[in-house]
Design a protein around this ligand. Structure first.
Ligand code: CP
Length: 348
């Protein structure tokens, strides 16, 4: 079925793919995106990026603040020859004066891809239901898939000698956040050992664990859920994230009291992990809460590579999800339109 979409895009429904969660993609498809990231990163380094998003626009809906996600998507669009439109709830009618479905359908007639950072997963899923262009989840209460593409790529760039992604043991220390879930799903899909080290009270819901266990059955990965911070020993990567996020302010005191000091990724905890263990954090970080400034600044910290790779990931996501929708006009068609329009203008 043909779906009406922006003038630069004609989609068949079978071509339309959204990026709401990594679980919707095979390991091979995610590996393809990682390969594309590597090529685009190298091309950017060489100042030779092909204009693969030329003339295209990404609508960027932000219900929550953002530094990395906003700047990386907007910059990726520009670097690839296109344009990013920042749309905050103050700027558009979404959810107030206009339904989700109407906003999704209107944006689909004007832009080539929609990225949405939302409070509730249902919002981004609802946009995808009605949009006729790809919808990308730029973070919701459940997941943060674009972050995880950057994280997988950063892990790949820093692989210990002789290891592949599937050989890694990754420890996530702290709350069951949208980053925890996405890492849990992606790491187990890639066959890694994923340890969630977290107080029992805040451990991940059973539905998440079921998804990860199912991944392990196929990939050979392993999922370990523990309260014991000693479990960082021997891990290749230790990851921290905020102990509370938007919407959890009411629980701030209890969360901080539960996680601090035992679950703070400190020099002490990194020493337990071992001399080669690397530290990751999606940022923004509350230093002296979930991790120490010393760990962030240590030689084993790869947090700023991880942040830069948000841009690497967004370039690949914009290209991967829109490249099939390009309509390349022939030289004759271009010349015919140019001549017709210029002829009209000259006679005004
Ligand atoms: N990691 C991350 O999503 O950062 P921002 O909130 O700054 O986008």
């Amino acid at each position: 079925m043909k779906l009406p979409s922006s003038s630069a895009t004609e989609l068949n429904k079978t071509d339309l793919k959204h990026f709401l969660k990594t679980q919707d993609f095979t390991k091979k498809e995610l590996t393809d995106i990682l390969e594309l990231m590597a090529m685009l990163k190298q091309a950017r380094k060489d100042n030779a990026l092909p204009q693969l998003f030329k003339g295209k626009s990404v609508a960027m809906i932000f219900e929550q603040p953002s530094t990395r996600t906003r700047v990386s998507f907007e910059t990726a669009a520009t670097l690839l020859g296109g344009h990013g439109l920042f749309l905050s709830p103050k700027d558009i009618h979404l959810g107030a004066k206009e339904s989700l479905q109407d906003t999704a359908r209107v944006l689909s007639r004007m832009v080539d891809i929609i990225m949405a950072r939302v409070d509730d997963h249902k919002t981004v899923a609802g946009l995808a239901e009605y949009a006729s262009v790809p919808v990308v989840n730029g973070l919701c209460d459940w997941l943060h898939p674009t972050q995880i593409m950057a994280d997988l790529f950063t892990m790949q760039e820093h692989l210990p000698a002789g290891k592949e992604l599937s050989d890694l043991t990754v420890a996530f220390v702290g709350d069951a956040t949208n980053v925890t879930s996405s890492l849990m799903f992606a790491c187990t899909k890639f066959g890694m050992t994923f340890k969630h080290i977290c107080p029992e009270r805040f451990k991940a819901p059973q539905e998440w664990l079921n998804i990860a266990v199912t991944n392990c059955e196929t990939s050979g990965g392993e999922l370990i859920i523990t309260e014991d911070t000693e479990q960082v020993a021997g891990c290749d990567i230790v990851i921290a994230d905020s102990f509370y996020w938007f919407g959890q302010e009411d629980e701030k005191e209890i969360r901080l009291a539960t996680f601090i000091p035992d679950y703070v990724v400190s020099e002490y905890l990194m020493a337990k992990a071992g001399p080669n263990a690397m530290f990751m954090h999606c940022l923004p970080a509350n230093d002296q809460r979930e991790c120490s400034r010393e760990v962030m600044e240590s030689p084993n910290s790869i947090i700023f590579d991880e942040a830069e790779n948000r841009l690497t990931a967004q370039m690949a996501i914009l290209v991967y999800f829109t490249h099939k929708h390009n309509i390349e006009p022939s030289a004759e068609t271009l010349a015919a339109h140019k001549s017709r329009i210029e002829g009209f203008l000259n006679n005004l």
